[in-house]
Design a protein around this ligand. Structure first.
Ligand code: NAP
Length: 302
């Protein structure tokens, strides 16, 4: 009797363009679990990042030229900042093999998809499956990644209409192998959801840290001295990468400004309640906040 043949990996050659926090975490997980891809290739615009990925040994091959990196790959994932995804797609799509899958991990979707579609206009054979792993830290670069980053986190897929179901199934299987749970939605819905759960909180964190920093002299030093209170949690979020967050704010402008307007209306209502001593409104608001925190803990997303 012959031994059973192990099933083929999900992808033969998987290419990560931009092996920073997200890209290097995908590489690390796929390096641990060779059922994901037989060969892992990485490419980055920064020679220092390429050298570091080689040192870390998390890719089988590192190519400085992205167009060379994607040759013969059956899946290419763009893990570069949102503002660069369209341009990188234009660089790599012409070199991709017939029938390959193109994916990306950008934090916004409508403008990213709009930016990528021109590159795909002459390549209807390439399936495009945008994805957004709802996981991250305030750190960036290839040293920041770790293989369990996506464990028990959501990954949102926003395949444009007409995307072949087989390609969506393969990207779903990829993220499941990363430990993530999958939800599929439209790009528009994605951008509104992420505006409230991620982009607005970052805007608030950057702003409150800026406000505190603007306060002169004594107050400012006290902010730093007593940062063990709520302010410290804001500083962790505010430590995030400036290029990445500039791109997210500018690329999800409409949804973010809509959520900011709603937030400001609610903040004004809270200010009115405090001014007028309306303890019912104040207590209601705090109680709802506590309930949301409890739900997150129950869902193991805290
Ligand atoms: P990161 O650690 O800064 O990694 C991005 C990498 O892409 C860097 O090595 C960067 O090189 C490289 N890069 C930039 N432009 C490039 C280009 N034109 N061609 C090739 N490589 C290029 O960023 P990240 O946090 O992993 O984020 C990557 C993507 O994931 C972004 O689209 C972001 O919106 C999305 N995302 C991030 C998080 C998060 O929490 N961090 C969560 C979910 C999704 P340089 O450093 O030299 O610029």
């Amino acid at each position: 009797m012959t031994a059973p043949t192990p099933s083929a990996p999900l992808f033969d050659r998987l290419v990560i363009i931009g092996p920073g926090l997200i890209g290097s975490s995908i590489l690390r997980r796929a390096h641990e679990n060779r059922a994901i891809a037989r060969e892992l290739v990485a490419s980055d615009i920064d020679a220092g990042v390429c050298a570091r990925v080689r040192e870390l040994g998390i890719a089988d091959r590192v190519e400085a030229d992205p167009a060379r990196a994607v040759v013969d790959a059956d899946c290419v994932i763009l893990c570069v900042p949102v503002g660069a995804i369209g341009a990188v797609a234009a660089q790599v799509v012409p070199a991709m093999k017939h029938g390959a899958i193109l994916s990306e991990v950008g934090s916004t979707k409508v403008s990213v998809i709009t930016g990528v579609l021109p590159a795909l206009a002459s390549r209807p054979d390439i399936a495009f499956v945008p994805s957004h792993p709802m996981a991250g830290t305030e750190y960036s670069g290839p040293d920041a990644g770790f293989p369990s980053l996506f464990e028990n986190r959501w990954c949102l897929l926003t395949p444009p209409e007409g995307t072949p179901p087989d390609a969506v199934a393969r990207i779903t299987a990829l993220w499941q192998a990363m430990g993530a749970h999958i939800r599929t939605m439209t790009a528009e819905h994605h951008d509104r959801v992420c505006a409230i759960v991620s982009h607005l909180p970052h805007l608030l964190a950057f702003t409150i840290c800026g406000t505190a920093d603007d306060l002169a002299g004594e107050t400012r030093s006290e902010v730093l001295d007593f940062a063990a209170s709520g302010f410290r949690d804001f500083t962790r979020i505010a430590a995030s990468d400036p290029t990445m967050w500039r791109d997210i704010f500018l690329n999800n402008r409409e949804a973010l400004l809509e959520m900011l307007d709603r937030f400001m209306a609610d903040a004004h209502a809270m200010a009115k309640a405090i001014r007028e001593g309306d303890d019912t409104v104040i207590v209601n608001r705090i109680t709802r906040g506590r309930a949301i925190r409890r739900t997150l803990i129950e869902n193991r997303q805290a």
